[in-house]
Every structure is written in structure tokens, then in C-alpha cells.
Design a protein around this ligand. Structure first.
Ligand SMILES: [Zn+2]
Length: 235
């Protein structure tokens, strides 16, 4: 696991190395929707909560959309969404991924968000949506900072021409074209969006598909999900 901070919030990125899941999901899978044993996922989620010192972590239910949900307490059933945001201290929120970018965002005025962003999130503007959601909930969007967790790299993310065109229409910087065809560079697309939105960012350099300690849907198909959690502590 790797951890760091954004303003007074701390983030943590999990991996697959430790946990109760077995087989294709070994060991640290945090996703309930992928076919893993629910008891193993529950154990892994409890271990993560203990590690960061909260009763429970609130996870997104990824829908490849730009919907971001404002949460103010621990909720068991979050609606389908690709991001969560809150200004509540000691409330840990998390986004899951296995190639898609997992992004933690914090502002200097005490708001945090956890966002899941693949090519659809890039095209539909899920990061923009997260910041708009914070502003609508009362944030001044004071000096927003982001950390982008491990993400599939462009070399490992070839796409067909149709998908390339869909992404290029809204995020031209995210499409790479060469003799081999088209690929999506999620980091490049996010960097452009951060620049437009005035967000400063730090980046996990790892490619999920090239890192054995991480889950990769493109590499493995049936597999688990890692997560990025973010939390602002009251004390
Ligand atoms: Zn790669």
C-alpha cells in the first residue's frame, strides 16, 4: 500500500498482495460486483477500515458515468456513481479500479472526493463533475489538489477507431495514434482536464497491466479491484 497527503487529507492506495480473497481475486480485492466471495471482500474492507482507523470505508459503485454523490455519513448502499464527495471529517471515501484511474481530490477549504475515471469518465467529465459537486455543496474550490493512483498506460490500452473518436471529441489529448492504431492515454487526458480546472496533481507512475501487485481488467479479465481511499481527520 502507498499513502500520502493532499492539504490536510490523507490518501491510501491498496494492492492485491494481502487479504482474504483467493484465486483470480487474490488477495486484496475490495469489489463486491466482480464475483468474489462476499465474506472475503467484507474481511478485506474491514481490514482496510482498521488500517486507516475508521469504522467503515464508503465505496463508490462504479457505473462508468459522471455521477458524483455527496455523502455525509457512513452509508451501506451508495447509489451507482463514479465519485463520492464530502466535507465530513473522519469519513473515509474510496474509489475502486482495475486499470481505470482512481483519483483523490482535496481542497484547502476541507472538501474531499474519490473518483473513478476510465475513458468514459474522461469523455463525460467525471472530474469536472466532482468539482462542480463540491462547489454546489458549498466549497470555494480553494486550491484543489489531486492524486492519481495506478492507471493503465497508453501502451497497454489500445482501442478501436470508434472509441478513439468518442474520446477525441471531448479529450483530444488522451488519444494516441500511430502505425499500430489508436490508444487511450488516461493520464494525458486527466492532465489536460486538471490544467483547465486549476487542479495540481501528483501521479502514481505504475501501469496496472504491467504491475503484478495490482489488479488489471485488461490483463486478466476476471479479477478484483484495488482502491484509493481519502480521509480528512478531525484531530
Ligand atoms: Zn502499461
Amino acid at each position: 500500500m502507498i499513502s500520502g497527503s493532499l492539504h490536510d487529507a490523507s490518501w491510501l492506495v491498496t494492492d492485491r498482495l494481502v487479504g482474504a480473497s483467493q484465486g483470480a481475486f487474490a488477495f486484496g480485492n475490495l469489489a463486491v460486483h466482480v464475483g468474489d466471495d462476499p465474506d472475503a471482500v467484507a474481511d478485506n474492507r474491514t481490514a482496510l477500515a482498521h488500517r486507516i482507523g475508521v469504522p467503515q470505508v464508503v465505496f463508490t459503485r462504479a457505473a462508468h458515468s459522471n455521477r458524483v454523490v455527496h455523502v455525509e455519513r457512513i452509508v451501506a448502499d451508495v447509489p451507482d456513481s463514479d465519485g463520492l464527495l464530502t466535507d465530513r471529517p473522519d469519513l473515509a471515501i474510496a474509489a475502486q479500479g482495475a486499470d481505470c484511474a482512481m483519483i483523490g481530490i482535496a481542497t484547502a477549504d476541507g472538501w474531499i472526493a474519490a473518483v473513478h475515471c476510465g475513458w468514459q469518465g474522461l469523455a463525460s467529465g467525471v472530474v469536472t463533475s466532482a468539482l462542480a459537486g463540491m462547489a454546489a455543496a458549498g466549497s470555494r474550490l480553494d486550491a484543489p489538489q489531486a492524486h492519481v493512483g495506478p492507471t493503465i498506460c497508453a501502451r497497454c490500452y489500445p482501442v478501436d477507431p470508434d472509441r478513439a473518436a468518442q474520446v477525441e471529441a471531448v479529450a483530444p489529448g488522451a488519444v494516441v495514434a500511430d502505425d499500430a492504431g489508436y490508444a487511450v492515454d488516461l493520464r494525458a487526458g486527466l492532465a489536460d482536464q486538471f490544467r483547465e480546472l486549476g487542479v495540481t496533481a501528483t501521479w502514481d507512475p505504475r501501469c496496472t497491466a504491467e504491475s503484478d501487485e495490482l489488479y488489471s481488467y485488461r490483463r486478466d479479465g476476471r479479477t478484483g479491484r484495488q482502491a484509493l481511499t481519502i480521509l480528512r481527520r478531525s484531530a
